[in-house]
Design a protein around this ligand. Structure first.
Ligand SMILES: [Zn+2]
Length: 565
């Protein structure tokens, strides 16, 4: 596409950098500077409102605030030419690039890429991306159309885009409501909502106290439970629907958050590759619904919540407990959390320690009945035991390094990933062919059923293999990260581990340890790596993943005892 040098063209620019790329790649400033230079060379007009910048936003989704505004502006003809550094700034996926370019060109907007003219070599592009591209494009188009469609409906204030109603309302579906969905107040529940808002906004109660009162009052939750929990009440108090404006687009998906240990009952590498993120209030659209509380009361509640939070957090801002997030109960699988000694149990003395408690032992979290009987553990003793263990490990940095390197040197499985992917595709095709053959009458039912079952089993097997390989390669990258950490630890710590301050200790432990299982009278530290020197015993079932097995030093086969409260 050629660039014209007419000076009356209204130009717009789009820039994006993802948050993790900023270090190695360019910053948004340098990107914008390049683009602006080109705009002024072309003598195009550029107004501030036509600068669309997504700073620190991933290109793997089209759900980006600035891009969203850009597409809206393009739709109303706010500019005629768009300058972008390169197509991958628009989107990382080719299908998304095509989608945006397609959309803008249909609106008559000229696209200028700095480093390459679009379609400079269409053959090359097509050949490279042919496979799977059309399928990907179609899928992307459908998903985008429905997402953008919903957004437009939300701008018009249509309740149709909200899929359900919160406690206090009944959701009238589109079919019930003659094409228009709506919220209808359930008076009985609305009274409860008003009461909760008054408790916090007027009587200045804490969420905990409001929750207790609710449970005592014999009111059941939206799902029919007799006990309320704080999260539910908190969510209620934050929900703007109650003051008459329901928010649309409160969350979006993004890259998966790093996770310290597997959550209770989940595997370490979950199927979902993304995480859900809360969006900024400015990105949300509000849809009018019938109000249950006045906006004055709603605002009073928000002020009170902020105040409560400040009061609660002032003394313990940031992390406080060394092993927070690493401890797991061997009995019930819930995590342990740190809890200071209460004033009554301290009996007037100043205690320099706190306790780690299993979440399962807190009755209030489980409707008044604790699910675990394990004892709490003194923080100072447990911290010390785990830290000493890790020190022993760190005093052998060479071994540590060697072991990491050996693991990293394992043959890369990118080839096998590709070949398994091919097998998955071919199994899928054979399933489809079988179904076609059956529909066309080539196969009869008796032949069809067993063959379909076999083909499906094969497909499932290959998909499982692929999943395993992919999770292994994710583990490899974790390992690579750990390796660089080990280096910097050993460098900064040297031989004098005892001088490491609390923050450094915490960092070291979180890097080396996968989790610490607290058993009734011992702890089991599961390191992320296997040490031939120390690991005289491998894991009990021998089937545990190589990277996660328990390291126990030779002279203490049962792990490490610790002080019990
Ligand atoms: Zn427990």
């Amino acid at each position: 596409m050629t660039t014209h040098s007419n000076s009356n063209v209204e130009a717009a620019i789009y820039g994006r950098v993802s948050s993790d790329a900023q270090a190695q790649e360019q910053t948004i400033e340098s990107q914008v500077a390049d683009i602006r230079r080109k705009v002024s060379q072309d003598k195009a007009l550029l107004q501030d409102k036509n600068c669309f910048l997504d700073d620190g936003v991933s290109g793997s989704t089209l759900h980006r605030p600035a891009l969203e505004r850009l597409r809206d502006a393009a739709y109303v003809g706010q500019f005629q030419r768009l300058y972008v550094h390169s197509p991958d700034r628009l989107a990382r996926k080719y299908a998304y690039q095509v989608l945006i370019v397609d959309e803008l060109q249909k609106l008559g907007i000229e696209l200028v890429f700095l480093n390459r003219a679009i379609g400079a070599s269409p053959e090359e592009d097509l050949l490279l991306q042919m496979q799977g591209m059309f399928a990907e494009y179609e899928r992307a188009k459908i998903m985008e159309r429905s997402r953008r469609g919903k957004r437009h409906a939300a701008t018009r204030g249509s309740v149709n885009v909200l899929s359900a109603a919160p406690y206090g309302y009944r959701y009238i579906t589109r079919r019930e409501g003659d094409g228009q969905a709506a919220y209808e107040i359930i008076e009985e529940q609305a009274t409860v909502v008003r009461q909760v808002f008054q408790w916090v906004g007027r009587d200045r109660l804490s969420i905990g106290e409001a929750t207790r009162r609710l449970t005592k009052s014999d009111t059941v939750t939206a799902t029919g439970k007799a006990t309320w929990d704080r999260t539910t009440v908190w969510g209620m108090l934050k929900n703007t629907a109650y003051k008459g404006s329901a928010a649309f687009g409160k969350t979006r998906t993004g890259p998966r958050r790093p996770q310290l240990r597997a959550h209770r009952g989940n595997s370490k590498t979950p199927r979902r590759t993304g995480s859900t993120y809360d969006t900024d209030t400015s990105e949300q659209l509000s849809i009018p619904v019938p109000a249950i509380v006045s906006s004055e009361l709603f605002d009073a509640v928000q002020t009170q919540l902020t105040e409560n939070r400040q009061r609660g957090h002032e003394s313990r801002r940031g992390a406080k407990y060394l092993l927070q997030g690493l401890l797991e109960c061997s009995k019930c699988g819930y995590a342990f959390y740190g809890k200071p000694v209460s004033r009554t149990s301290a009996k007037g003395k100043v205690r320099s320690y706190a306790y780690y408690r299993c979440i399962g032992t807190d009755g209030y979290r489980f409707g008044g009945k604790r699910v675990c009987e394990c004892k709490q553990v003194r923080t100072d003793k447990l911290d010390e035991a785990v830290w000493n263990d890790a020190c022993e490990l760190l005093r052998h940095p060479k071994l540590l390094r060697k072991e990491y390197e050996r693991r990293l040197a394992a043959p890369s499985d990118s080839d096998s990933v590709a070949s398994i992917k091919k097998q998955v595709a071919s199994s899928k095709r054979s399933v489809e062919r079988l179904i076609d053959a059956y529909t066309d009458g080539v196969l009869d039912r008796a032949e069809f059923d067993p063959r379909l079952k076999r083909a499906r089993d094969r497909l499932a097997k290959h998909e499982r293999q692929l999943q395993t390989l992919e999770s292994e390669s994710r583990e490899q990258s974790t390992l690579r990260e750990s390796l660089s950490c080990v280096d910097s630890f050993c460098e900064s710590v040297g031989t004098n581990l005892e001088s490491a301050d609390w923050t450094l200790r915490r960092e070291i432990l979180r890097t080396l340890i996968d989790n610490v299982v607290v058993e009734p009278d011992q702890i089991r530290i599961v390191y992320r790596i296997n040490f031939p020197l120390f690991a005289k015993k491998t894991s009990k079932n021998g089937k545990e993943k190589v990277l996660h097995f328990c390291w126990r030093s030779a002279h203490r086969t049962l792990g490490r005892p610790y002080g019990c409260s």
